[in-house]
Ligand binder design. Structure first.
Ligand code: ATP
Ligand code: MG
Length: 445
């Protein structure tokens, strides 16, 4: 993409109403535009990152055998009356009447819809195990929408639902989700720590929230610092292997890590003092096993091997897709702007032409652009007639991890400059080597 043909409405001034850095930077970098409280338009640059995050989520869900689908945003109130949640949900639910005065709602989540669907179509244990998911917009009329996309009213969520014959199978689904989430967040350059969370009125130990440590996080968290040494990496795992998934679960959840809702001062004190940490975190996901409660209410029953009709064991598992943009920026920025991890960057690298209009510099930039594109890479070429300082500032603000700078002086010596956004370090090399270097960085991503 050439900047001159793109739509990148960068703000020069710091927006006064944005309290945290990610919100500020998303507005300044022309990624989002508020349309009303907690509701945003995703401008091209923001939309690109949103799609990348969504793609990673899809890839990792499908790697585990979870099946994508799409349910509507608008739901009928009747379904929610069946589960008993229509009244219980309160003012966070946006309620709408259609022209026939039928009560509808904009879904805050989808347990009712999917359980009803499974109740309709699944009658035998032979159809199990089954995990369905979608990535769809949700609406929650939050009392205090704030921090940009972090706490919106309309937001994009991946929500997945497992349906199993037994508790044991459902707990395998739970572990499988934990494993997929670990890899999902790491691919986005994030460390998200599974922490024991509050299961609410349903009870049980089977819920974890995934938290990204950040001073601006809304949750207070308590953990053993050893947990931050763990990483899932690119290990291969057989998702059908119960023991393998359970062992990852144990590895990542055996140390103390809890949100304030489940914090236990006595247990925390057993962690050696030098490893005890109290910090803040951003909730980017949650997994939950809740047994047969919804299945019983919504009539999701199957015949087991003995021919008896039994309710399905269920869990639901969410990822805050749009919130993740904010979380990634909170975790990865500096005074000059965003620093995108390679896994989610909107463009793979920037090209800065120091002397737009200079025949040789223009030709070299065009050649770089074409070669990178031919390799399947997505460069962002600042081809404006602007001074170098302004171009650098724009590149730093939008946060592409790599920049290739092209100018007449370097070209005389046959070199361009490759700069890392993260370290600020620059290296001179031939255009061919620069292309090879960028291609190597993104190989396999
Ligand atoms: P919170 O405690 O932050 O309100 P929640 O626990 O109610 O979130 P879940 O029902 O667990 O949310 O939803 C799954 C994920 O969706 C959350 O982990 C979070 O990342 C994201 N999410 C929830 N509410 C919002 C929101 N208002 N704006 C953006 N993302 C959200
Ligand atoms: Mg939650």
């Amino acid at each position: 993409m050439r900047l001159s043909r793109y739509f990148l409405p960068i703000l020069k001034e710091n927006p006064a109403d944005a309290q945290i850095v990610s919100h500020r930077l998303m507005l300044r970098a022309g990624m989002i535009k508020q349309s009303s409280a907690g509701i945003y338009s995703w401008l091209p640059m923001g939309f690109k990152v949103l799609r990348k995050i969504e793609n990673i989520v899809h890839e990792e869900q499908q790697r585990a055998g979870h099946i994508p689908m799409l349910m509507p945003t608008l739901q009928s109130a009747d379904l929610w009356r069946k589960s008993g949640r229509y009244d219980a949900y309160g003012p966070e639910m946006l309620r709408i009447n259609d022209r026939h005065d039928r009560e509808m709602l904009y879904g805050p989540t989808n347990e009712e819809l999917i359980t009803d669907m499974v109740a309709n179509f699944v009658g035998s244990y032979k159809s199990l195990p089954l995990t369905l998911y979608h990535v769809q917009w949700k609406f929650r009329d939050e009392v205090r929408p704030r921090f940009g996309v972090m706490r919106g009213r309309e937001f994009l969520m991946k929500d997945g639902y497992n349906f199993d014959l037994t508790k044991e199978d459902a707990l395998h689904a739970y572990n499988r989700h934990l494993v997929t989430y670990l890899r999902t967040y790491e691919r986005m350059g994030l460390q998200a720590i599974p922490m024991r969370a509050d299961s609410g009125p349903i009870g049980g130990d089977y819920t974890h929230e995934f938290l990204v440590l950040a001073d601006t996080g809304e949750s207070e968290v308590f953990y053993d610092s050893e947990i931050t040494d763990l990483s899932f990496g690119d290990r291969a795992i057989d998702f059908d292997d119960k023991a393998a998934c359970q062992s990852v679960m144990e590895e990542f959840t055996s140390r103390y890590a809890r949100t304030d809702e489940t914090h236990d001062a006595v247990a925390f004190n057993e962690v050696p003092e030098e490893r005890r940490r109290v910090a803040r975190g951003i909730e980017v996901g949650q997994i939950f096993y809740f047994g047969t409660e919804y299945s019983e209410k919504m009539g999701a029953m199957v015949q087991n091997e003995e021919g008896q009709r039994v309710p399905l064991h269920m869990g639901s598992h969410g990822i805050g897709v749009s919130r993740l943009l904010g979380a990634i920026i909170e975790a990865s920025h500096d005074d000059n702007g965003i620093i995108w991890p390679e896994g989610v960057t909107p463009f793979h690298c920037g090209i800065v032409n120091l002397k737009q209009g200079d025949e040789e510099a223009d030709a070299a930039c065009d050649a770089l652009y074409d070669s990178l594109t031919a390799l399947g890479l997505d460069p962002f070429y600042d081809d404006r007639k602007e001074r170098a300082g302004g171009k650098f500032a724009t590149m730093d603000l939008i946060g592409l991890p790599w920049r290739i700078t092209v100018g007449p002086r370097g070209l005389k010596n046959g070199v361009v400059e490759v700069t890392s956004r993260r370290t600020g370090e620059s290296e001179e090399m031939s255009p061919e080597l620069a292309i090879a270097k960028i291609a190597a960085i993104y190989e396999g991503l």
